[in-house]
Design a protein around this ligand. Structure first.
Ligand code: FAD
Length: 456
């Protein structure tokens, strides 16, 4: 008999429950990836992520070939393509990883119906894209946790399943045709310093991180210029690394750094269980706050300045330029640029979330939308009205200004923390610096925000 493994956000061979189940139960397996046209149509196929995806598919194919197999790639409607391949291969089972977005869940439901109508089965596996399955941990009176701290208490007591390695051999039926693998070279509009994708790359990065990096994570994760976080987020987004394996290996490494790192992985599961229970939270306020976000001409100019990294607040601009250049931004940068857009400029979080999704190589519906909501105070933050001050934040997390000088070359002539307040320069010194004045005074932004939220 033959089974299909439909790869989606789980582009790896190690610790892959659907692949393992398929190999255990079948003589031959079709490892299938469908480039789904509706993903392109929904605007979710940003060039930076397509480039990373191309690396992941090439590496998955190479890994399968080393084991005697290959990756089958198709494009079209995912349900129609899977059914077509099932008929061509005479496969009776399709294995799929569970996922949380409305799109993923409707794909699963449509696929199940279509396969069952043809006398075939869909088998859905959890703990592929999360450590704890969404919906597994719940408080007494709800279907999900709305606050992280109690969720994390339960999450920490959960015993993750054991992990396993990559299969030794994969036999793929000969007769199944594949399209060529997508290639990075055909893409335009890429950020110039994008990271490389693929399972091999991800595993190398993970090993290096656990050897020398994670130990200092508790102390240094907020240090903007130190760049001392794992940068594993795109690998978690595309599933080139297994989150269950990450937790086991980090716990084995031990120490306060590893503990703090594992806590961040719990945040990932936390947002996924929120989105699983409230799929609308991808686009609507999780908690209704009746915000009347700014719109019109002046908001449009401010949004443009924010996108371009020309707000006149150096640490905000540095982070926005890092995003454009690398397709990635430090978490502290994400927090303060999102707070600046939503609370200082009082612009709708959806505007910012959309811009991030256009560029982030780790752009992820659950993590992006729910972190935006958290920062905007429409989501799960228990202190929804706190406002991050970009000057204080800059001085605290980039104390000698190295991060700002790296990304805002106009300010390279300013020494130390002075770089965070270029408006304090006088006369000729100010005139020599080609950098904009702040788009808004912080006190004015704060007043506007307090008045707006006061209506709540
Ligand atoms: P590390 O600090 O090394 O953390 C390890 C892993 O833990 C990350 O790779 C990530 O998977 C997870 N993690 C860390 N912080 C968070 C968090 N706050 N929420 C959920 N998971 C977390 N993360 C994304 O993966 N995709 C996004 O689209 C995304 N958008 C964001 C938007 C905003 C406004 C904010 C404030 C945060 C966003 N994050 C997003 C969360 C976080 O900023 C990134 O996961 C992190 O910066 C990635 O870098 P890293 O891998 O070096 O993280």
């Amino acid at each position: 008999n033959v089974s299909i493994v439909l790869f989606t956000a789980d582009l790896r061979l190690h610790d892959h429950p659907p692949l393992r189940a398929a190999l255990d139960g079948s003589r031959e397996v079709v490892p299938l990836f469908v480039r789904d046209r509706s993903v392109d149509g929904a605007g979710f196929a940003a060039p930076n992520r397509l480039a990373f995806l191309a690396d992941c598919l090439a590496d998955l194919d190479a890994g399968l070939r080393e084991r005697g197999g290959r990756l089958v790639v198709r494009s079209g409607d995912v349900v129609e393509e899977v059914c077509r391949v099932a008929v061509e291969a005479d496969a009776d089972e399709v294995h799929l990883a569970a996922d949380v977005s409305r799109f993923a869940r409707s794909r699963e439901a449509r696929l199940r119906r279509a396969l069952e109508a043809r006398g075939r089965r869909l088998l859905v596996h959890d703990t592929v894209t999360t450590v704890v399955p969404p919906g597994e941990l719940t408080p007494a009176a709800s279907d999900h946790f709305a606050v992280f701290t109690p969720y994390f208490r339960h999450w920490s007591r959960w015993k993750p399943r054991g992990t396993f390695g990559a299969p030794r051999a994969v036999r793929v039926p000969d007769r199944i045709a594949s399209e060529p693998l997508p290639s990075r070279d055909r893409l335009s509009g890429l950020s110039p310093a994008l990271p490389a994708g693929g399972e091999r790359e991800g595993r190398g990065r993970l090993t290096a991180w656990l050897r020398s990096g994670v130990q200092d994570y508790a102390d240094r994760h907020d240090d903007l210029s130190g760049d001392a976080t794992s940068r594993l987020s795109p690998h978690l987004h595309f599933g080139t690394l297994s989150p269950v394996e990450l937790v086991h290996r980090a716990r084995r490494a031990g120490g306060p750094g590893a503990e703090a790192f594992v806590r961040q992985l719990a945040w990932r599961d936390f947002h996924r269980q929120v989105l699983a229970a409230r799929p609308d939270a991808a686009g609507s306020d999780y908690r209704t706050r009746h915000d009347r976000w700014r719109s019109g001409r002046s908001a449009r100019d401010d949004i443009e300045a924010w996108r371009a990294g020309r707000t006149g607040y150096p640490v905000v601009d540095a982070a926005m330029r890092q995003l454009a250049h690398e397709g990635w931004m430090h978490n502290r940068g994400r927090l303060l640029t999102a707070s600046f857009l939503t609370k200082t400029l009082y612009v709708d979080w959806r505007v910012g979330a959309r811009h991030f999704l256009e560029l982030l190589v780790d752009g992820d519906l659950a993590n992006n939308q729910l972190n935006w909501q958290w920062t905007a105070g429409t989501g799960t933050d228990t202190r929804p009205n706190r406002v991050l001050n970009p000057v204080t934040q800059g001085k605290r997390y980039d104390p000698d200004g190295a991060y700002v000088r790296r990304w805002v070359p106009e300010l390279r002539g300013l020494a130390g923390a002075a770089v965070h307040e270029p408006w304090k320069l006088r006369g000729l010194d100010r005139a020599a610096v080609d950098y904009p004045d702040p788009v808004v005074e912080l006190s004015e932004g704060l007043d506007r925000f307090r008045r707006a939220r006061g209506r709540d």
